[in-house]
Design a protein around this ligand. Structure first.
Ligand code: V47
Length: 365
């Protein structure tokens, strides 16, 4: 059966077929990806009010693509105190945040107890605030530092109140590329293992893919298929987040940068290949808000959130250091022809802002 017939009949694609999708023209891909998106969510575009907190940038690992961790190019090591973290959490809650996203570098000075303690303090003060914290790379780091199993670390952070895991640290699963761009970081196998163990506790997590550096299209498809296989087993991934590589202040030399067409194709292909992951997040930080809004026509249904402060990708050149204002977010989504839906971290809908939805808008002369 040819590939378009398979797409029409929603038959699952194998590796070769998924790779072949890149040879379809952009608008054919958009049509099939958008059909799925519309069937699932109509014109809704999801976002949340959240706050990113990155407690430390001191890192034992040396990932070539990273501009966040303190190093020769970024000589400003910092570690926040618990008081400073709680202060930020309080400000976030007062400004309406429903989620804190806490991700750090791998700092041997911040022990497991340091994390456990701060999660407990946050939960004690704000029991209903969703704590999305610790990537699989951080869990791997903590397990190795303390000679603990992944499950031991998972049990401890669950007990301390962590609600879900962010998708970071996945980068690209292909072992050769991984060895070059982030040698020594959690292996692909262990990244998947940690998420599997987390899902077995009946908890949700996200998944990411860093693309647009030295990986090939085949590496991207392989990455998506490894996620699809795990999702078949557990069903625990809420979202897939393709992260567009940001090029400044890091040690990865990349000759050719991706075109917007290639980025949009990758969003659309992820919607088509990951038939078992409910949400495709166009993380506006790495795609730019303009392309993220366009990605809503290419299979994506979620834009992440207002973030308030962003330190990882902005260190590498993204224009995201101060997040996005809530009102601006609403306006941009609705003037793009979508219905802004504020969601919680698990995609329960909190508020729908459809007053300005273009199709319903009457022109008053
Ligand atoms: O794993 C690091 C990426 C990730 C660069 O789960 C870079 O909801 C682009 O995972 N260019 C951390 N990306 C961020 C992350 C994330 C973000 C938003 C939402 C969620 C979620 C997760 O940032 C890392 C790495 O892949 N990253 N350096 C760079 N130069």
């Amino acid at each position: 059966m040819d590939i378009e017939r398979k797409l029409k009949s929603k038959i699952r694609l194998n590796f070769e077929e998924a790779l072949e999708l890149y040879n379809l023209d952009l608008f054919t891909l958009a049509k099939y990806a958008n059909d799925i998106r519309e069937e699932l969510y109509g014109k809704k575009a999801f976002f949340n009010i959240n706050r990113h907190i990155n407690p430390t940038n001191i890192c034992k690992d040396v990932c070539k693509f990273c501009a966040f961790s303190a190093n020769r190019k970024n000589p400003n090591p910092y570690t926040m105190s618990h008081e400073e973290i709680l202060d930020e959490v309080e400000k976030a809650v007062l400004s309406g945040a429903k989620e804190v996203h806490i991700v750090s570098a791998h700092n041997p000075e911040c022990g497991l107890d340091w994390y456990i303690d701060v999660f407990k303090k946050i939960k004690k003060s704000y029991p209903t605030l969703h704590v999305k914290a610790l990537t699989a790379a951080e869990i791997n780091f903590l397990a190795k530092e303390y000679n603990l199993s992944f499950e031991d670390v998972i049990d401890k952070i669950l007990d301390a109140g962590v609600d879900s895991l962010p998708g970071g640290g996945a980068e690209i699963f292909d072992e050769k590329i991984r060895e070059y761009i982030c040698k020594g970081k959690v292996s692909s196998k262990d990244w998947l293992k940690i998420h599997e163990l987390w899902h077995k506790k009946c908890k949700y997590s996200n998944s990411t893919m860093l693309f647009g550096h030295i990986e090939s299209r085949a590496n991207r498809i392989d990455h998506m298929l490894r996620l699809r296989d795990l999702q078949d087993k557990t069903g625990g991934f809420n979202a897939f987040i393709p992260l567009v590589y940001q090029r400044e202040n890091n040690y990865l030399r990349v000759e050719n940068f991706l075109s917007s067409v290639e980025i949009l194709k990758t969003y659309a292909i992820s919607r088509l290949v990951l038939d078992n992951i409910p949400h495709i997040k166009a993380y506006w930080v790495t795609s730019t808000i303009n392309l993220a809004l366009i990605a809503l026509e290419f299979g994506a249904d979620d834009l992440d959130g207002t973030i308030q402060k962003e330190s990882i990708q902005s260190a590498a050149g993204a224009k995201s250091a101060n997040g996005m204002q809530f009102g601006e977010f609403l306006e941009l989504i609705s003037t793009s022809g979508f219905i802004p839906v504020q969601r919680d971290s698990l995609y329960n809908e909190i508020s729908t802002y459809d007053d300005n939805h273009r199709d319903d808008r009457k022109v008053v002369l």
